[in-house]
Design a binder for this molecule. Structure first.
Ligand SMILES: *Cc1c(COP(=O)(O)O)cnc(C)c1O
Length: 388
C-alpha cells in the first residue's frame, strides 16, 4: 500500500535531514584535488572544531561510526593493550567486542543498562590498576540503545582523582550536536562521532577529534593501520585536502549543516533537544509506562526508551505503528530486543513533529491493547505550549 504524507522517522538516528542540507548534498561533484575543493575542505575542517569544542584536529572519514571506533583504537594503542569499558548498553558492548577483535584486551569494569557510567566505578577501577596497565578508558556518551547520557565531566574528575594516565576516549556518535560535549574543557583525548544522528546529515561520515596526548600516543602505537591513519590525514588536511577521495557531497552537506547549527548557537540547539526530551518523558509518564533509563541525572536529550509492559511485544507494536501511521520507532537491541521501543527526538523536527509522533505512539498503544492511560499527548502539548 502506498503511504501518504511525510514519513515520521522517529528512530534515534539516522535522523531527519533539514531540506536545505539535503539539497546541498545534491550539488554536482567537483574535483577533489582542485581549488574549489580546497576551499570547502578548509571551511569544514575549521568549522567542525566548534561542535566538538576543541582547538585540535578533527579527522573526517568516509565511513559509518563503527569505522571511527576502529580508527580511534588503532591509532593510539598497541596489540594486547588493556582498555577499560563500561557497559551502558548495546553500543558500549559492541565497541568492547570490536576492541577484542583488533587484538586489544578489553575489560568491562561495570554494567548498567538503566543509567550512565558511574564515576565511582571508574575511579575505583583506575585506583586498583596500580601498574597503569589500562591504556584507555572508552566511554559511550549517549547510549543510543537505552537512552542514557553519561556525564563526561564527572568521568574526567574520576580519572583525575585516581591519578591515572589512561587516555579518555569517548563515543558521541549520537550525542554530537544534541548533547553538550566539551572536548578540551573535559580533557577528552579522542572523540568519536558520526554524521547521521545529532548532526542531522545522511549516514556516511564519521569523525575522530584528536587531542595532543592521543596524537603523541599515535606516534608509537603498534596496532596496524593504513586507511585510518591519522598522520596522513592530518598532514593532507592542513591545506584542506584528503589523502584519498573524500565523500564530497556529504561534505557539502556538512558545510551547510554547520552553518545552520552555528548560526542557531549550540546552547540553543541543546536546549531544544532537552525540551523535546522532557515533553516526551512527560507523555510516557502520563501513559503509565516506564522509561528504561531510571536515573534522572542521565536522561537522554536524544531519545527516550520506553519499556513495554510484561507480555507485550514491542516489535509487534512498532509494526502496527509503521503500517497504520507511517512512523518508524527504534527497536530494542540485543538484551532488550522486543522489550522496549525507542522514540528519537533528534534531527530536523519541531514541536508539531514531536506531537504527531507522540500521537502515533499513543494510538498504537490503544490499537495493540497495551495497558496505559490516555492523555500523554495532552500532557506533552501542555508542556510544549507553556514553554513555547
Ligand atoms: C549509531 C551508533 C554507533 C554505530 O554507528 P554506525 O554509524 O552504525 O556504525 C555506535 N555508537 C553509538 C552510541 C551509536 O549511536
Amino acid at each position: 500500500m502506498r503511504a501518504h504524507g511525510t514519513h515520521f522517522l522517529q528512530i534515534p538516528g539516522p535522523s531527519p535531514v533539514p531540506p536545505e542540507v539535503l539539497a546541498a548534498t545534491s550539488r554536482q561533484v567537483i574535483d577533489h584535488r582542485g581549488p574549489a575543493f580546497g576551499e570547502l575542505g578548509r571551511k569544514v575542517l575549521g568549522d567542525i572544531k566548534s561542535v566538538f569544542k576543541t582547538e585540535h584536529d578533527v579527522v573526517i572519514y568516509p565511513s559509518s561510526g563503527t569505522g571511527a571506533w576502529e580508527a580511534a583504537l588503532v591509532n593510539c594503542l598497541s596489540p594486547g593493550d588493556r582498555i577499560a569499558t563500561f557497559e551502558t548498553g548495546h553500543f558500549a558492548s559492541l565497541w568492547n567486542r570490536l576492541a577484542g577483535r583488533l587484538g586489544l584486551d578489553p575489560v568491562t569494569i561495570g554494567s548498567n543498562w538503566r543509567a550512565g557510567v558511574d564515576p565511582d566505578v571508574v575511579e575505583d577501577a583506575l585506583r586498583k590498576d596500580k601498574n597503569h596497565e589500562i591504556k584507555a578508558l572508552c566511554v559511550v556518551h549517549n547510549e543510543t540503545s537505552t537512552g542514557s547520557t553519561t556525564r563526561l565531566e564527572e568521568i574526567r574528575k574520576a580519572i583525575d582523582a585516581a591519578g591515572h594516565p589512561a587516555l579518555f576516549v569517548v563515543d558521541t556518535i549520537s550525542g554530537l550536536c544534541s548533547a553538550d560535549l566539551r572536548m578540551d574543557e573535559w580533557g577528552i583525548d579522542v572523540v568519536v562521532a558520526g554524521s547521521q544522528k545529532g548532526l542531522m546529515l545522511p549516514p556516511g561520515l564519521s569523525f575522530n577529534a584528536v587531542g595532543p596526548r592521543a596524537l603523541k600516543a599515535s606516534e608509537s602505537a603498534g596496532l596496524k593501520r593504513s586507511y585510518w591513519d591519522w598522520a596522513e590525514m592530518i598532514a593532507a588536511n592542513k591545506t584542506g585536502y584528503f589523502p584519498y577521495t573524500p565523500a564530497t557531497n556529504l561534505l557539502y552537506g556538512l558545510s551547510s549543516v554547520l552553518d545552520r547549527l552555528l548560526e542557531e548557537g549550540l546552547d540553543t540547539v541543546f536546549a531544544r533537544h532537552e525540551r523535546h526530551a522532557e515533553a516526551t518523558r512527560r507523555a510516557v509518564q502520563a501513559w503509565g509506562l516506564e522509561n528504561l533509563c531510571e536515573s534522572p541525572r542521565h536522561y537522554s536529550p536524544v531519545l527516550t526508551t520506553v519499556m513495554m509492559p510484561e507480555g507485550h511485544s514491542a516489535d509487534a507494536y512498532r509494526k502496527v505503528v509503521l503500517e497504520k501511521f507511517n512512523m518508524s520507532l527504534g527497536s530494542g537491541l540485543s538484551k532488550v530486543a522486543d522489550k522496549v521501543f525507542r522514540i528519537g527526538h533528534l534531527g530536523d523536527i519541531n514541536d508539531l513533529t514531536l506531537t504527531g509522533a507522540l500521537a502515533g505512539c499513543e494510538m498504537g498503544l490503544e490499537l495493540v491493547g497495551v495497558p496505559h492511560q490516555r492523555g500523554g499527548v495532552d500532557v506533552a502539548m501542555s508542556y510544549l505550549r507553556e514553554t513555547a
